[in-house]
Design a protein around this ligand. Structure first.
Ligand SMILES: [Zn+2]
Length: 292
């Protein structure tokens, strides 16, 4: 799933490529993906691409020079299997509805454009039209942006202190902190040498400090690494920077212990027992159930 660093760079690259272009086509291939009907998607055709910015894991595109009220927003959440693919030359053929990975095609009068796609069976990609991104509930309820200047260690400490969940869940819940998901929460916890299951409110001041700098460091590093990549390389570029996430069975680059996994119904977390849990493997509920 693309998280803060990937969506950030996606927005920057889209912003560079699309600036000043005029939307010629907005073809929906997955009707289920569109969550709003006001303003109608078709009413955005003819709009000028004004800006593209990230909020959490949402891509927010402002289209201007439209009839009243002048500009509208197209907001996209890529979910787990979504991506944006730039097309130098778009085919003029109509899109095939409800088949294949294509969710929406955005075409410009210059003949180029981009496809919003979603791989896999789990169709969760979402597209909204809005007068403002904050009209969308899941955007309005997002927590603070961890890379913003006002996201201080004190603020982070206060957020964790008020949490009932464990660190893994607190860090990856969007209403707590925006943009951090399964991958970067694994990475931040590994860098901070903290157990994913430690209750968020039970951290000492020193642990809050460590987790804060690890989280910010991991995100900044990932944004920096992605800056050198083009749109098409971003997706694969993410994995290269991971120390434990998605690396079950490989060696921890810090201590050499094997990277372990805890599985949940639809996802899993990775961690290093030596670095994070005092050498004690965490119970994998799925595995324990299978063994019974
Ligand atoms: Zn380790």
């Amino acid at each position: 799933m693309p998280e803060l660093p990937e969506v950030e760079l996606l927005c920057r690259r889209l912003g560079e490529r699309c600036a000043g272009r005029t939307v010629d086509r907005l073809d929906l291939a997955s009707f289920a993906a569109l969550k709003t009907f006001d303003p109608p998607l078709k009413s955005l055709v003819g709009g000028r691409f004004e800006e593209c910015h990230r909020r959490g894991k949402f891509i927010c595109i402002r289209l201007g020079e439209l009839a009243s009220p002048g500009s509208e927003w197209l907001v996209i959440h890529l979910a787990r299997g979504g991506w944006v693919k730039w097309r130098d030359k778009l085919t003029t053929a109509p899109v095939k509805v409800g088949r294949g990975p294509l969710a929406m095609r955005v075409g410009f009068s210059e003949g180029d454009g981009f496809d919003v796609t979603e791989m896999g069976h789990e169709k969760r990609l979402a597209i909204w039209t809005a007068h403002s991104p904050t009209d969308i509930e899941s955007v309005a309820t997002l927590g603070p942006e961890p890379l913003d200047a006002d996201f201080t260690e004190e603020r982070f400490g206060a957020i964790l202190g008020a949490e009932k969940a464990d660190l893994k869940h607190a860090l990856s819940r969007q209403s707590v902190i925006a943009g951090v998901g399964n991958a970067y929460s694994d990475e931040a916890l590994h860098a901070a040498r903290l157990s994913p299951f430690k209750p968020a409110s039970k951290l000492s001041a020193e642990e809050v400090c460590r987790l804060y700098s690890s989280l910010i460091g991991v995100l900044r590093e990932a944004v920096k690494r992605s800056e050198e990549l083009d749109l098409d390389q971003l997706k694969d570029g993410k994995r290269g920077g991971m120390r434990v996430h998605g690396r079950t069975g490989e060696a921890c680059p810090i201590c050499g212990d094997v990277v372990r996994e805890v599985s949940f119904a639809t996802r899993s977390l990775q961690y290093c027992a030596t670095c994070q849990t005092g050498g004690k493997p965490l119970a994998d509920r799925r595995l324990s159930r299978l063994l019974k």
